[in-house]
Design a protein around this ligand. Structure first.
Ligand code: UD1
Ligand code: CA
Length: 456
C-alpha cells in the first residue's frame, strides 16, 4: 500500500437547499466538526502511510467558507470550483488539473457522507492494488429507493443504473451504489471524460464510467461497505441521524478503550474528545471541542465541558460547567453548580459548590468555599485573580480582579476582596456585625400591632 500514490477528490459542490440554511451543507457539524471535515479526516487516515497523497476538493461557486474549514484540517488541500452543477462526473472534471498529474489510485468521495470510515477507503484501495481498475463502494440499504443500483454479472460490476433510469426489474436490486469510488489512475481521466449527459436528469453521471470500463474489458468490482459509511446528509433530520450514529460509534470506541459510561446513550462527545482508561462518566454529560480527561477522573452527571484539560483522579460535577481554558490539576475537585473558565486549578484544590472561577490561577490544596465568585469583568475588560496554595477562601466571597491572594491565606466568609492579601494573612472584607439586645421582640410586637389594626 505504501508504495502507491493516491489522489482523493472530495465533491463538495452540493447546493444543500434542503438544509434550509445560509451555511453550506458540508459545513454543518457532527460532533462539532463540519461534515466535510469528517471526510477529510477519514481520507487522511486512509493515506497516512502513503508514498504520496494529494487532496482535491471541488467546491461550489465562491465557497470560501468551505475552503477555510478544510484548510484548517489539511493545509495542502487544493480547491477547484465547479461553477455549474452539471453532475458528479462534471464535478470530478473540475479537478482536471489534479487528475493530470499521475496517481496510482484516484478516490472520489462525497463531502456530505461524513461517516465514511478509513477501513472502507483502505479496502477499496486494496482492491486496486490487487488489480481492479474501478472499485465501487456498494451497500445494502433497508430501502433502496433513490439510489443507483449495481448491476453485476459473474462477480463483476457491469453498470450502475440510476433509480430514474432503471427498469422495474432493475429497481428490485437491493445492492446499491454508495457513491464513493476508487479508480486506477491510469484510466480515471479518460473514463470520466467519456461521460455524456444522456440520461433522464440530463446530468453527467460519474457512475457511467462503470459501463465504459466494462466495455473496454477493464476489471470493475463492487465492495460491500456498512450502510452508515455511505449515508449522505440532505436535511437536518438526516444530520441528527448521522450525529446519533457517530455518537454510538464513539461511545463504543471509548468504552472498549477502558472508560466506564454508566448510561452511554446519554453521553455526547466531540470529534476530538480524548479520554484515558479508567475514567468514569456518569449519565447526561456533554463534551464540546478540545477536551482531554486523564485516568481516574470521575465526571458526575449533568456536566457540560468544553476546551478543558481534566487531570488524573479529579472529580467534576454533578452539574459542573467547564469552559475553554479550564485546567484541572490532579486530584482537584470542581463540584456542583460551579463554572470554571480560563483558569488553572492546582493539584488537590477544591471548588465544591456554586462558584464562578474565571481568568484565575489557584494553587495546590486551596479550598474555595461555597458561592465564591471571581469578579473578572468590569463590562469592558477582563482581569486576573491569583490565589496561592493552601489558602482557604470563605464562602460567599467576591474576589474583585485584578487581585492576588497569597499562600496560606484565610479569607473570612462573605468578604469582598479588592486588595492584595499577603501570605498567611487573615482577610476580612465585610462590615462588622452589630447585635441589638431584645430588639427582635420589640419589632415583633410592633409588626403584630400593625397587622391587627388592618384586620379590624
Ligand atoms: C449519487 C449516485 C448514486 C448513489 C448516490 C449515493 C451519481 C450519478 N449517482 O446519487 O448512484 O446511489 O449518490 O448517495 O453519482 N455533486 C457535485 N456537483 C454536481 C453534482 C453533485 O459536487 O454537479 C456532489 C454533491 O454535492 C454530493 C455528491 O456529488 O456530495 C452526490 O451528488 P447527488 O446529486 O447527491 O447524487 P445522488 O443523486 O444522491
Ligand atoms: Ca445524494
Amino acid at each position: 500500500m505504501t508504495s502507491r500514490s493516491c489522489l482523493t477528490i472530495i465533491l463538495a459542490a452540493g447546493e444543500g437547499t434542503r438544509m434550509k440554511s445560509s451555511m453550506s451543507k458540508v459545513l454543518h457539524p457532527i460532533a462539532g466538526l463540519p461534515l466535510v471535515g469528517h471526510v477529510v479526516k477519514a481520507v487522511q487516515g486512509a493515506s497516512a502511510d502513503n508514498a504520496a497523497s494529494a487532496l482535491a476538493v471541488v467546491v461550489g461557486r465562491g465557497a470560501e467558507d468551505v475552503q477555510k474549514a478544510v484548510g484548517k484540517i489539511n493545509g495542502s488541500a487544493r480547491f477547484y470550483e465547479q461553477r455549474e452543477r452539471l453532475g458528479t462526473a462534471h464535478a470530478v472534471l473540475a479537478a482536471r488539473e489534479a487528475l493530470n498529474t499521475h496517481h496510482d489510485d484516484v478516490l472520489v468521495v462525497f463531502g456530505d457522507t461524513p461517516l465514511i470510515e478509513e477501513q472502507s477507503l483502505r479496502a477499496a484501495r486494496e482492491k486496486l492494488a490487487d488489480g481492479a481498475d474501478i472499485v465501487v463502494m456498494g451497500f445494502r440499504p433497508e430501502n433502496p429507493t433513490g439510489y443507483g443500483r449495481l448491476i453485476e454479472e459473474a462477480g463483476k460490476l457491469v453498470a450502475i443504473i440510476e433509480e430514474k433510469d432503471a427498469s422495474a426489474e432493475q429497481r428490485k436490486i437491493t445492492f446499491c451504489n454508495g457513491g464513493l469510488m476508487a479508480l486506477n489512475g491510469r484510466h480515471a481521466l479518460s473514463l470520466i471524460e467519456a461521460v455524456k449527459n444522456d440520461n433522464s436528469k440530463g446530468e453527467y453521471y460519474l457512475t457511467d464510467v462503470v459501463k465504459f470500463a466494462h466495455a473496454q474489458g477493464l476489471n470493475v468490482v463492487a465492495i460491500d461497505v456498512p450502510v452508515e459509511n455511505v449515508i449522505g446528509i440532505n436535511n437536518r433530520a438526516e444530520l441528527a441521524e448521522a450525529e446519533a450514529l457517530w455518537q454510538a460509534r464513539k461511545r463504543r470506541e471509548v468504552m472498549l478503550s477502558g472508560v466506564t459510561l454508566i448510561a452511554p446513550e446519554t453521553v455526547f462527545f466531540a470529534h476530538d474528545t480524548q479520554i484515558d482508561a479508567d475514567v468514569v462518566i456518569e449519565p447526561n454529560v456533554f463534551f464540546g471541542a478540545k477536551v482531554t480527561v486523564a485516568s481516574g477522573a470521575v465526571i458526575h452527571a449533568f456536566s457540560h465541558i468544553e476546551g478543558a484539560v481534566i487531570g488524573a483522579d479529579t472529580s467534576v460535577g454533578p452539574f459542573a460547567r467547564l469552559r475553554p481554558g479550564a485546567r484541572l490539576g490532579e486530584k482537584s475537585k470542581v463540584g456542583n453548580f460551579c463554572e470554571v473558565k480560563n483558569a488553572e486549578i492546582g493539584i488537590g484544590a477544591k471548588i465544591n459548590h456554586l462558584s464562578y472561577i474565571g481568568d484565575s490561577t489557584i494553587g495546590h490544596d486551596t479550598n474555595v468555599g461555597a458561592g465564591v465568585i471571581t469578579c473578572n469583568y468590569d463590562g469592558y475588560n477582563k482581569f486576573q485573580t491569583v490565589i496561592g496554595s493552601n489558602a482557604f477562601i470563605g464562602s460567599n466571597t467576591s474576589l474583585v480582579a485584578p487581585v492576588t491572594i497569597g499562600n496560606g491565606v484565610y479569607v473570612a466568609s462573605g468578604s469582598v476582596i479588592t486588595e492584595e492579601v499577603p501570605d498567611n494573612a487573615l482577610a476580612l472584607g465585610r462590615s462588622r456585625q452589630v447585635n441589638k439586645a431584645e430588639r427582635a421582640t420589640v419589632l415583633r410586637e410592633k409588626y403584630k400591632a400593625i397587622k391587627a389594626s388592618k384586620n379590624k
